[in-house]
Design a protein around this ligand. Structure first.
Ligand code: SAM
Length: 482
C-alpha cells in the first residue's frame, strides 16, 4: 500500500488517500476542540516584521480542522484573518484577466464538460490564426493585457504546435495602444518536452485543474480519453516545473466530490510542490461546476452552497498565504463581491467561454463551455471593483521582470508590495482609464488613483509613479514599471 510522502513524485504518495481520510477523521474529532482551534488561528495570523509581515500558513490537517468547525464565531475569525492576509500580501489590488478559447475539439469523455467527445450536438470550432488575431484585437479593445488560453485535448486537432502558434500570434498583435503582455495557459496535461516548449514561448502561469483529487471519482468522471490517467494528470505540475515553468496554477472543480476531501487534497498538492520544487503554486483557482450544453450540475454528488464556498476560499487563504487566488465569471457578482474580501487576488471580466466568443455578437454562443453568471462588461467590472475599494490591476510586471517562481514569492514575503506592485497597478489602471474606460469609470478611477498614490511609502517611488501617470494622461507614454 502507498505511504504518504509529500516529497515523492508518485501521485498516490503525495496525494495519499489514507492520509486524506485520516485528516478528515482528525478534523471531525477536533472540530470543537477550541484550544486547538485557537492555536491554529493564532498560527495563521500575519506576523509583523521589520520590513512588513510574514505568515506561517497552515498544514492540510490544521486547515481541515478550521474547515470542519461549524462555530459561527470561529468562521468570523477565519474571515477576518483571510482579509488581513489578503491585504498584507496583495493589498487592495485585484488583477484582471480574460479567458480565450482556442478550440473545443476534445477526445476526452469528462462527464461534467460539454466538450466531451460523445457530445454530438455542440458545434466544434477551432480558431484559425486570423480568427485568433480578431479575438485578440477585440480583447485589446476592451482593455485586456492578460489572457488565459483554453483548449480541449485533441492531439490531432490541437497539437502543441497549434497552441505555440496561437501564443506567438497573440504576443505579436499590437493594436492601437493594446498588447497582451502575459499569456497563461490552461491546456491538458502534457510531457516535460512540451512544457519546455510552452516555457520557451513565453507563457506566464501553466494552469491545470485537478477536477477531483478522489481517484475513484476521477476515474468515473473521466471514463475515456488520455485524461482518464489519474496519475499522469496529478503529476503534471511536476513535469511542468521540471520542464522549466516556474509558475503553476492549481484548482479543483468544486461540486463534483466531497469538498472536505478536495480541500485536503488541494493543500497537500501545494505542500508537495513546496517540498519538491521549493516553491508552492503561483495561483489556486476555485471553479464550481456549472450548467452547460448537455451538463446538469445537480447530477453530481458534491454540490456546495455559497456559504460553504466562501469558507473554503477563506481557509485556502489561511493555509497558503502567498498564493494568488482566482475567481472566474462562473460566479455571480454577489458571490464574487464576498470572495474578494476573503482572499481572491485575480478575477476575470467581460469573459466569453466560447470559441470565437469575443467577435460574435450573439450571446450565449453555441460553443460556450459553461454558463457565465457574471455577464457584465469589463468596464462595468472595473468600475464595480473600484466602488468596492479594490484597485483593478492590469499589471504584468513581475512576469516581464523575471520575478516568477520563488522570486515572486520573495517579493510577496518582503512586504515591498506597496513600493512595487501598488504603483505598477496604479500606472496600468491609468493606461486602462485613458485608453478604454467610459467617462464614469474614468472619473471614479482617477479619483482612486490620486488617493492610492498617497499610500506609497517611499517618496521617490511615489514621485516616479505620479509623473508616469501624468505622462500617460498626456499620451507621453513609456513602457515603465517597477
Ligand atoms: N482541456 C484542458 C483540461 O482538460 O485540463 C483544460 C481546458 S478546460 C477548457 C478548463 C476547465 O474548465 C476544466 O479543467 C474544468 O475544470 C472546467 N470545466 C469544464 N466543464 C465545466 C462546467 N460544466 N462548469 C464549470 N467548469 C467546467
Amino acid at each position: 500500500m502507498a505511504v504518504y510522502n509529500p516529497a515523492s513524485l508518485h501521485a498516490e504518495e503525495f496525494i495519499n488517500d489514507e492520509e486524506i481520510r485520516e485528516t478528515l477523521e482528525y478534523a471531525e474529532k477536533n472540530k470543537n476542540n477550541m484550544e486547538l482551534i485557537n492555536e491554529i488561528l493564532e498560527k495563521a495570523r500575519p506576523i509583523p516584521t521589520a520590513t512588513g509581515c510574514r505568515c506561517n500558513g497552515l498544514t492540510h490537517r490544521e486547515a481541515s480542522v478550521l474547515l470542519a468547525c461549524d462555530d459561527p464565531e470561529v468562521t468570523k475569525r477565519i474571515y477576518q484573518i483571510a482579509e488581513e492576509i489578503k491585504l498584507a500580501f496583495y493589498g487592495n489590488r485585484i488583477v484582471i484577466f480574460a479567458p480565450l478559447y482556442l478550440s473545443n475539439y476534445c477526445v476526452n469523455g469528462c462527464l461534467y464538460c460539454p466538450y466531451h467527445m460523445k457530445n454530438k450536438t455542440i458545434p466544434r470550432k477551432k480558431l484559425t490564426q486570423e480568427e485568433v488575431k480578431a479575438e485578440v484585437i477585440a480583447l485589446q479593445d476592451m482593455g485586456h493585457k492578460r489572457l488565459a488560453i483554453e483548449s480541449g485535448e485533441d492531439p490531432v486537432m490541437n497539437p502543441i504546435e497549434y497552441i505555440l502558434e496561437c501564443i506567438d500570434t497573440i504576443y505579436s498583435i499590437k493594436h492601437k495602444n493594446g498588447a497582451i503582455r502575459r499569456v497563461n495557459v490552461n491546456i491538458a496535461a502534457t510531457t516535460v518536452e512540451n512544457y519546455t516548449k510552452l516555457k520557451n514561448a513565453g507563457i506566464g502561469t501553466y494552469i491545470l485543474f485537478q477536477e477531483t483529487y478522489h481517484k475513484e471519482s476521477y476515474l468515473h468522471l473521466h471514463p475515456t480519453g488520455p485524461k482518464h490517467d489519474y496519475d499522469y494528470h496529478t503529476e503534471a505540475m511536476d513535469r511542468a516545473m521540471f520542464g522549466g515553468i516556474d509558475d503553476v496554477g492549481l484548482g479543483v472543480l468544486f461540486g463534483l466530490e466531497m469538498y472536505k476531501y478536495e480541500f485536503a487534497g488541494l493543500i497537500m498538492h501545494a505542500e508537495h510542490l513546496e517540498a519538491v520544487h521549493g516553491v508552492g503554486p503561483h495561483t489556486i483557482s476555485v471553479p464550481r461546476v456549472k450548467r452547460a450544453d448537455d451538463i446538469d450540475p445537480d447530477e453530481f454528488d458534491g454540490g456546495i452552497d455559497d456559504e460553504t464556498f466562501e469558507k473554503i476560499t477563506a481557509c485556502i487563504r489561511l493555509a497558503v498565504p502567498y498564493t494568488g487566488m482566482i475567481i472566474s465569471t462562473r460566479e455571480s457578482e454577489a458571490v464574487r463581491s464576498k470572495l474578494l474580501r476573503l482572499g481572491i487576488s485575480q478575477v476575470s471580466g467581460g469573459s466569453r467561454t466560447s470559441v470565437g466568443g469575443y467577435t460574435e455578437k450573439l450571446r450565449p454562443h453555441d460553443t460556450e463551455q459553461f454558463d457565465v453568471s457574471d455577464q457584465r462588461t469589463l468596464d462595468e467590472v472595473v468600475a464595480w471593483l473600484m466602488q468596492n475599494g479594490h484597485i483593478p490591476s492590469f499589471c504584468t510586471a513581475c512576469y516581464r521582470e523575471g520575478r516568477t517562481g520563488d522570486r515572486f514569492m520573495s517579493l510577496c514575503k518582503s512586504g515591498q508590495i506597496l513600493n512595487c506592485c501598488h504603483p505598477n497597478a496604479l500606472m496600468t489602471l491609468a493606461e486602462y482609464l485613458v485608453d478604454y474606460a467610459s467617462p464614469e469609470t474614468k472619473a471614479i478611477g482617477f479619483d482612486m488613483i490620486e488617493k492610492e498614490l498617497r499610500r506609497i511609502p517611499k517618496d521617490k517611488v511615489r514621485a516616479i509613479a505620479a509623473q508616469n501617470i501624468e505622462d500617460i494622461k498626456s499620451s507621453n507614454r513609456r513602457d515603465f514599471r517597477f
